[in-house]
Design a protein around this ligand. Structure first.
Ligand code: SF4
Length: 233
């Protein structure tokens, strides 16, 4: 029997990136050892093997939340692409596709998992900025864009000018290697406890203007609607 280490399954609207505002069901996997310091889902870091769901239970929950009308699923985490998840993740994606769902996967930008990326409809790939303290390989990013550009976006959390400049540098690196142009989305960092990071948001918008508007700036809608610490929204 296929079992999955799931943190939570809920219905909401996409809160960030180019699909912002789109109703969908989120399947959040447990477990992540990537360690972004500004991670907003640290509650998903543990791999709690005492709490698993069968594939049938996950699908039943998705179908119940779908009510036959919301045929989109976003698979997130944690790190859903952690090697320990991949076999059950593939089984889940195959079943969702067989049932007619559009499937997005949130990729941390640390690895390309072709057997998953080939199956899903869309890959949201992180470029990890310096403020995360995690590094995204620019060479791997180029490889990813060349293979999956038509169904991809790159997202970068930007806390300051250094983050912006690193993202700008990565963007130009990919273009210099003839990687396809895809939407690059800057997500102004939103610290827990903040009402709304207006100044940081405006700084990111200004930097983008000063550097020739290469990016889209899209905030995290769910955080200003429900607050920065609300979960499953
Ligand atoms: S990859 Fe995602 S879940 Fe993991 S630490 Fe970074 S932001 Fe958090």
């Amino acid at each position: 029997m296929t079992t999955l280490l799931v943190n939570t399954i809920f219905r909401s609207t996409e809160g960030e990136g180019i699909h912002i505002g789109t109703p969908q069901i989120f399947v959040r996997f447990q477990g992540c050892n990537i360690g972004c310091v500004n991670c907003d889902t640290k509650e998903s870091w543990d791999f709690d093997v005492s709490y698993t769901m069968s594939l049938d239970e996950v699908l039943e929950k998705v179908e119940t939340l779908s009510q036959d009308s919301i045929k989109r699923v976003s698979i997130t985490g944690g790190d859903p692409l952690h090697p320990s998840h991949v076999p059950s993740l593939i089984a889940l994606v195959k079943e969702l596709k067989a049932r007619g769902y559009y499937v997005n996967i949130e990729a941390a930008g640390t690895r390309i998992v072709r057997e998953v990326f080939d199956l899903v409809d869309f890959v949201s790939y992180d470029y990890k900025t310096p403020s995360t303290t995690v590094k995204t390989s620019k060479e791997t990013l180029v490889e990813f864009l060349k293979a999956y550009g038509p169904k991809a976006q790159v997202k970068a959390v930007v806390a300051d000018k250094k983050d912006f400049e690193a993202t700008f540098d990565a963007f130009h690196f990919t273009r210099s290697k003839d990687a396809p142009l895809v939407p690059w989305v800057l997500t102004p960092c939103f610290e827990p406890g903040e009402e709304f990071p207006m100044e940081r948001f405006q700084q990111v918008v200004r930097l983008n203007e000063n550097f020739g508007l290469p990016f889209r700036v899209i905030g995290q809608q769910h955080k200003w609607v429900y607050g920065a610490t609300a979960k499953s929204v």
